[in-house]
Design a protein around this ligand. Structure first.
Ligand code: NAD
Length: 259
């Protein structure tokens, strides 16, 4: 069965009903989320039409470990932008909250987001894999010390442009995985297991263009699992979806995820 909402509104409603039935009938559901689930909380994505990188391609340099470590100006820009970031004031939206309604049927929620909104919505920490880390903590690249991001941000607000590690003087970054860094292998194992084991994989608000996370959809499809994709734009994996819904995650998830 392939249901695609791209035709009439009757087809759109059929696709919503089809997705809701598949999720209601599944004993276990894995969820993969990307930046698109948080745009309705006021946090822009990177690659969408209003995305940070779409508007300013140079911004990509701040997400690269090599430029972050080698260019003090990149770090100063990153700290200035972080100190004013909507990530620290945003609230979860109906999309984040709908996922919590899966309760014990949630196998694993793998998020590429670093904003902490799934935890804030009430997703249990032991079922959540923040595969790109979290912006709510800082880490020293030299000695590995970590701490609450708020501590580092208060130093920036007090006038430090590029706060160094107070223990060893090393370069400090957010506890996120930048381009050029490896993902944590235990997190990748959990993502793989979720793709193979859960009856349904629901991919939300992600362009599915970056591996290895995009490979979760391929693995689920190869393992005979049902794949549901919810995204504002076409994704690189739409051909593998049993149901594909185009639109806003915060509108659609409450319609397809019930208790
Ligand atoms: P991405 O490539 O997964 O693209 C986001 C997708 O979401 C786009 O295809 C866009 O069309 C879709 N989208 C936007 N708003 C939507 C909505 N309301 N409903 C449904 N779909 C919607 O991700 P990216 O933006 O290129 O970000 C790359 C990486 O950067 C992420 O994986 C993450 O690590 C990080 N990032 C995180 C956040 C966050 O934590 N909120 C925000 C931006 C970027």
């Amino acid at each position: 069965m392939m249901l695609d909402e791209s035709g009439s509104s009757a087809q759109h409603n059929d696709a919503i009903a089809g997705a809701a039935d598949l999720i209601a009938g599944a004993a276990s559901v894995a969820v993969l989320t990307g930046a698109g689930i948080s745009t309705d909380s006021g946090i822009p994505d990177f690659r969408g039409p209003d995305g940070v990188w779409t508007r300013d391609p140079a911004a990509e340099r701040r997400s690269n470990i090599t430029t972050y470590l080698s260019d003090p100006q990149v770090r100063r820009d990153a700290w200035r932008i972080r100190a004013a970031s909507e990530m620290f004031t945003a609230e979860p939206n109906d999309g984040h909250r709908a996922i919590t309604r899966l309760g014990d049927r949630l196998h694993t929620l793998v998020t590429q987001n670093i904003d902490g909104l799934h935890l804030a919505a009430g997703t249990p920490a032991d079922r959540l894999v923040e595969i790109h880390g979290t912006v709510h903590r800082w880490e020293c690249v030299a000695c590995g010390a970590r701490g609450p991001m708020e501590d580092a941000l208060s130093r920036v607000r007090a006038g430090e442009l590029d706060p160094a590690c107070l223990i060893c003087g090393g370069i400090v970054k957010s506890a996120t995985i930048l381009f050029g860094q490896s993902l944590i292998s235990a997190d990748l194992d959990r993502a793989e297991r979720a793709s193979r084991e859960a009856e349904v994989l629901l991919a939300v608000g992600t362009s599915l263009s970056v591996y290895p996370v995009a490979g979760m959809v391929e693995l689920a499809a190869r393992s005979g699992r049902t794949v549901i994709i919810v995204n504002a734009q076409a994704t690189a994996m739409d051909h593998l979806a049993t149901v594909r819904l185009a639109g806003s995650a915060s509108d659609l998830l409450p319609l397809i995820v019930s208790c």
